[in-house]
Design a protein around this ligand. Structure first.
Ligand code: SF4
Ligand code: SF4
Length: 357
């Protein structure tokens, strides 16, 4: 069909193909094998005999224009201008010249970007938007990342863990974020406070009521004006209503805490995918270094490094030794809130890609 003058141009992500290094384009789907000559460097060999080296380095996630330009200059010098960011905010630079690998590593490290994050390392944390971009975060995800990654900097550059370790933070309980070996997740501990003065003028009430997963929000009248109320005995403090209605204020410097969950796994590798389990909660949202959270995360990492068998992920290690033992070796206190008795949860959720409900 002929394209009409007024037809809108389809927009969306640019095709990734143009961004691939020409040697990768040429050998697409023809790789013979790959290996890692050292932590932070991937080496791919094609059936055609071509080879490419990819150097991975950590970035700050919130990258300034100056940093982006500096990285682009490095890519121009050593990688024909080709670089890409991974989902964990590492930068990967690809070259088909082995002689460029060492100078590239030196240039990245001289610019403050540690080279590593491959294999059985602790790679950069996946995290959500935090205070910089989102309208409902109770903590600053990237700040937590900075404080934890500063402490595991050497583990990023080595491959000495039993298996890869994926960390994440989520700055609210319900939206982005996700499964990780060790995840730091905001935890609200009291129902939202309602600002009745602004609710009617700022919120669409039916959609706010519909947001609540346990039907705890009811229409009401306050001082003759329509508003909403929360049945606090039903409220699970999820914060979903706050996203729909800023007058349902749930964030609080004292009552919004942080929790640590472990054992999440998305892959079907070796064992089925698993949901994370709560192992610590009620930790203070203590900016700007979150020392209480960092200390617990490091304790878990240390115990896993000491006790995990080769290729065991964090959750597999905990399952093998048993959760009772997990709490013993980490010294984390266990309490009744860690027992999964949520009445709407199925025992296994969709934990397996083989069996779906
Ligand atoms: S996790 Fe929640 S608060 Fe954080 S960026 Fe996502 S939606 Fe916003
Ligand atoms: S915090 Fe969650 S459970 Fe509580 S009222 Fe809001 S949506 Fe409902």
């Amino acid at each position: 069909m002929a394209k009409r003058e007024y037809q809108t141009v389809e927009s969306g992500p640019h095709t990734y193909w143009d961004m691939l290094h020409p040697t990768i384009q040429k050998n697409y789907g023809q790789w013979k094998y790959h290996d890692r000559p050292r932590p932070g460097v991937l080496h791919h060999v094609s059936h055609t005999g071509d080879e490419v080296w990819t150097v991975k380095a950590g970035t700050h996630r919130q990258v300034t224009v100056d940093i982006a330009r500096r990285l682009c200059d490095i890519a121009d010098t050593y990688c024909d201008g080709f670089l890409r960011w991974t989902v964990r905010n590492n930068v990967e630079m690809t070259t088909d010249k082995e002689a460029n690998v060492e100078p590239l590593i030196k240039a990245l490290e001289a610019a403050g970007h540690p080279v590593g994050g491959t294999g059985n390392s602790i790679t950069s944390m996946a995290h959500t938007q935090g205070w910089l971009h989102c309208d409902i975060p109770a903590t600053d995800a990237s700040g937590v990342v900075k404080s934890i990654m500063d402490l595991v900097y050497d583990e990023f550059k080595r491959e000495e863990m039993p298996n890869r370790v994926k960390l994440s933070t989520s700055c609210c309980e319900i939206n982005c974020g996700g499964q990780a070996d060790i995840a730091i997740v905001v935890q609200h501990t009291r129902p939202p406070r309602i600002n009745h003065d602004i609710l009617a003028s700022t919120c669409e009430m039916p959609s706010t009521v519909a947001r609540c997963p346990v039907a705890a929000i009811r229409p009401t009248k306050v001082n003759g004006k329509p508003s909403l109320m929360v049945v606090e005995e039903k409220c699970i403090c999820c914060g979903a209503c706050f996203g729909a209605c800023p007058a349902m204020e749930i964030n609080h410097p004292e009552y919004s805490k942080l929790a640590i969950w472990i054992g999440g796994k998305n892959a079907n590798t070796r064992s089925r995918p698993t949901n994370m389990k709560l192992v610590a909660h009620g930790l203070p949202n203590n900016t700007a270094r979150w020392p209480e959270v960092a200390e617990k995360v490091l304790t878990i990492i240390k115990a896993y490094k000491e006790g995990g068998r080769d290729w065991e992920r964090v959750g597999e290690w905990a399952e093998r030794i048993g959760w009772k033992k997990f709490f013993e070796v980490t010294g984390l206190p266990f309490d009744k809130y860690m027992i999964d008795n949520y009445r709407h949860a199925r025992n296994s959720f969709n934990q397996s890609a083989h069996i779906r409900f």
